[in-house]
Write a protein that binds this ligand. Structure first.
Ligand code: NDP
Length: 263
């Protein structure tokens, strides 16, 4: 029998139109939640429609998470439609790859703006809405294995995701007495558009792990479970952290990576 742990609960997923974010949204929809997806491309509306075809209750909002007023509008739309916000998943993220001599200031700023400032703005708005609702809530920030162990050619991305862990720990302490938990999740190598990008660039251009080595080979050689993850692998952990079973877990950073990083 399908569990409906999130019936009557409202979940916001930024970057929910595709990749890990869409897998998270699908999981919550399957378990009965109302979904609000925020993304920068118009495909977010189609993504919500796909969830509704499966019996969900979802809608999409165009939202650039680097824009405070757009973030406020995203959460306001959720409250208008569903009456509140119970769970907020800060998933929107970007990556680029460059050798240090080629890494531009603009690239640094753009990465920090989406990954770190975007998480901050969404957490800020989510907490305000959860406080107003008076029922507590769950914040889950998508960090990265690079929040544990910086990968080569991505110092900007590693810094941005380590920042996400800092936000998580600080806020977890601030809201601990308000029945709001704040946790972070660190995916390893997950098969999405972002992963495909890495496949091309790390393998062909940078070749650090051997001439022409592709991410598929890297995965075989470095991940104990010898496979890349799927969005659903991440979604299962997110659903657990949002569930009643996780009510005493806060300020934690949890890896979901097939054993890639064990610290
Ligand atoms: P994708 O590139 O497949 O999707 C990224 C999502 O973020 C898209 O929906 C995109 O929106 C959205 N997005 C990007 N910029 C913004 C913005 N400014 N405002 C709102 N939304 C934005 O990536 P993944 O699904 O792989 O990644 C999801 C998260 O997981 C990211 O935070 C990433 O850093 C993290 N992660 C991914 C790993 C992996 O191996 N894939 C590993 C570790 C962490 P749109 O669809 O509108 O373009």
């Amino acid at each position: 029998m399908q569990m409906k742990r999130f019936e009557d609960q409202t979940v916001i997923v930024t970057g929910g139109a595709r990749g890990i974010g869409f897998a998270i949204a699908e999981r919550f929809a399957t378990e009965g939640a109302n979904l609000v997806l925020g993304s920068i491309e118009a495909e977010v509306t189609e993504a919500a429609a796909r969830l509704n075809e499966g019996g969900g209750s979802a809608f999409g909002v165009l939202c650039d998470v680097t824009d405070k007023s757009a973030v406020q509008a995203l959460y306001a739309a959720a409250v208008d439609k569903f009456g509140g916000v119970d769970i907020s998943v800060q998933n929107a993220g970007v990556i680029t790859i460059a050798r240090i001599e080629d890494l531009s200031e603009a690239e640094w700023d753009a990465t920090m703006a989406v990954n770190t400032k975007g998480a901050f703005l969404c957490c800020q708005e989510a907490i305000a809405r959860m406080r107003a609702g008076g029922k507590g809530g769950r914040l889950i920030n998508i960090a990265s294995g690079q929040a544990r162990d910086g990968f080569i050619f991505t110092p900007h991305y590693a810094a941005s995701k380590m920042g996400v862990v800092g936000i998580t720990q600080s806020l977890a302490k601030e809201v601990a007495l308000e029945a709001i938990t704040v946790n972070a999740v660190c995916p390893g190598i997950i098969r999405t558009d972002m992963w495909a990008y890495n496949d091309r660039v790390w393998g062909d251009m940078l070749g650090h792990y051997g001439p022409g080595e592709l991410m598929a080979e890297w995965v075989q050689n470095n991940i104990p479970m010898k496979r890349a993850g799927e969005g659903s692998d991440v979604a299962g952990l997110i659903a657990f952290l949002a569930s009643d079973d996780a009510s005493y877990i806060t300020g934690q950073t949890i890896n979901v990576d097939g054993g890639l990083i064990m610290s």
